[in-house]
Design a protein around this ligand. Structure first.
Ligand SMILES: Cc1cc2nc3c(=O)[nH]c(=O)nc-3n(C[C@H](O)[C@H](O)[C@H](O)COP(=O)(O)OP(=O)(O)OC[C@H]3O[C@@H](n4cnc5c(N)ncnc54)[C@H](O)[C@@H]3O)c2cc1C
Length: 227
């Protein structure tokens, strides 16, 4: 989120004077853990527009602009339903996707089997198929956005921890860090899982909480590789 915003501020002409602080190394937060899947299957109009824009950026000009590989892999995806309630949610997501003009369809298990023979389809009632989805290596995307931001004059300071944010009587903001203090017109809190604590420094109560997320990583599966 931090480099993404810095990149876009740079493209809006705000590069000079924009500073991004990172307490460790870029991607050392949640981004490092992400699988990097990007799907049009979202039931939110706003999020859907963001996702579609990002897919365009990652599969389009970002790599050429920055010289940094983005590793976009456009493989499409399925979202499965096992119950009637989940089917209702898929239909809702379908209607949001259609209103946004996305390439999205509701299919039966036989279509999933045809396109992806390794799915276990026991109990599957249907699926949303979104052929324009894909995945990226989040680290590469972050580095590409950072390179694009720097090209537009954004300063990225790594190993620099923000320790407090307060508003001055002038309306400006004072950001204290372990390397000194910055006074600025605007502050954006892109602290990821720490964003709630960072908001509390200036009296904000952000309704956020970190959630547990489970995943596993396998060795290469020869049947998938062959496909
Ligand atoms: C296991 C897992 C799998 C996921 N898979 C997907 C997926 O497939 N697709 C998807 O879209 N999303 C996925 N996500 C969610 C995604 O990773 C996050 O939504 C996203 O990375 C959040 O980015 P962020 O920039 O908000 O936060 P972060 O990446 O956490 O960045 C916040 C940064 O702020 C820095 N920071 C914190 N405090 C300070 C401070 N005081 N001073 C200076 N710097 C500070 C941190 O070091 C960090 O680098 C997954 C998440 C996990 C955990």
């Amino acid at each position: 989120m931090g480099v993404g915003l810095a990149y876009h501020l740079g493209h809006e002409g705000w590069g000079d004077g924009t500073v991004l602080l990172e307490k460790a190394e870029l991607t050392s937060g949640s981004t490092w853990h992400a699988a990097g899947q990007i799907t049009h299957s979202t039931s939110s109009f706003g999020l859907g527009k963001c996702v579609d824009y990002n897919i365009g950026l990652y599969s389009g000009g970002l790599e050429a602009e920055t010289g940094q590989p983005v590793t976009w892999h456009g493989c499409g995806s399925f979202r499965l339903a096992y119950t009637e309630d989940e089917m209702d949610w898929l239909r809702h997501t379908l209607s949001v996707g259609r209103s946004l003009g996305f390439n999205i369809e509701l299919v039966g298990p036989e279509k999933v089997a045809e396109l992806h023979p390794f799915y276990n389809l026991d109990g599957v009632l249907g699926a949303l198929h979104t052929p324009d989805d894909g995945h990226v290596d989040p680290t590469n995307v972050t580095m590409a956005l950072a390179a694009g931001a720097r090209q537009k004059g954004v300063q990225i300071i790594r190993q620099c921890r923000a320790t407090n944010i307060t508003q001055l009587p002038s309306g400006e903001w004072q950001v204290e860090t372990d390397k000194g203090t910055i006074t600025c017109e605007h502050v954006v809190n892109a602290g990821g899982t720490y964003a709630r604590q960072m908001g509390e420094w200036s009296g904000l109560q952000l309704p956020m909480t970190s959630m547990t997320h489970h995943y596993f990583v396998t060795e290469p599966v020869p049947e998938f590789e062959a496909l």
